[in-house]
Design a protein around this ligand. Structure first.
Ligand code: SAM
Length: 198
């Protein structure tokens, strides 16, 4: 894939950061009791956007790959990483074609990553083999009440079923206040999941 995505490129061409420069707070909370480390292994951020979460993971000590199909988003992600003095690898790709590989990742994150349901199920179905033993998966996504599994915004029970090969560490669906950049402001219903392979 050499081009970007018209809708998302236009959004990220706007001034500022669509979802802010600070990492998602649910992702941050997973590290609240862990000091940054020299070496945490490999992490991949699905639907990374403008870099806020990839930069945070690099600061925690991960070797990070950031995937998105917005070229503009990934350019901003690379600039943000440079500004913070960390390295991230940016991969311009459509999740519909992404192969996460086998025993590749110590951490996979999907923060407000809401592709079509067929893409989501194919991708999350790869996690059991793609994560290394004791590898973690962290997700926060918007939820539409009464969404079916065919919806891009399903609730926690559907997500839990799709992640069945992993062991759930934390799973919660709630209305919560978001304050992230221009586009995530106010009350939203979200699902939050932490799961581990092992
Ligand atoms: C709501 S934004 C969230 C961005 C980022 N995760 C964050 O929280 O700041 C959704 C992102 O998903 C990306 N995206 C959606 N569908 C995708 C797909 N099929 N392949 C790759 N990226 C996709 C968009 O380009 C966009 O950057």
């Amino acid at each position: 894939m050499s081009k970007g995505h018209p809708y998302w490129d236009a959004r990220y061409a706007e001034k500022g950061f669509a979802y802010g420069e600070l990492p998602n707070d649910f992702l941050m909370s997973a590290f609240s009791d862990k000091p940054p480390s020299q070496e945490r292994g490999r992490a991949i951020s699905l639907c990374e956007g403008e870099g806020r979460n990839a930069v945070f993971l690099a600061q925690q000590g991960y070797q990070v790959t950031a995937v998105d199909f917005s070229a503009v988003g990934l350019q901003k992600a690379q600039s943000l990483a440079q500004r913070h003095g960390v390295q991230i690898e940016c991969k311009l790709a459509d999740l519909a074609d992404l192969d996460l590989g086998t025993d590749q990742w110590d951490l996979v994150i999907a923060i407000f990553c809401q592709p079509e349901s067929t893409v989501r199920r194919r991708l999350y179905g790869q996690l059991g083999r793609a994560l290394r033993p004791n590898g973690h998966f962290i997700l926060e996504t918007k939820v539409k009440v009464d969404a079916s599994a065919a919806d891009p915004y399903p609730g926690i029970s559907i997500l839990q079923a799709e992640l069945a090969p992993l062991t759930l560490v934390f799973a919660q669906e709630s209305e919560r206040f978001l304050s992230e950049g221009t586009y995530h402001q106010g009350l939203h219903r979200t699902a939050q999941i932490q799961a581990v392979k092992g």
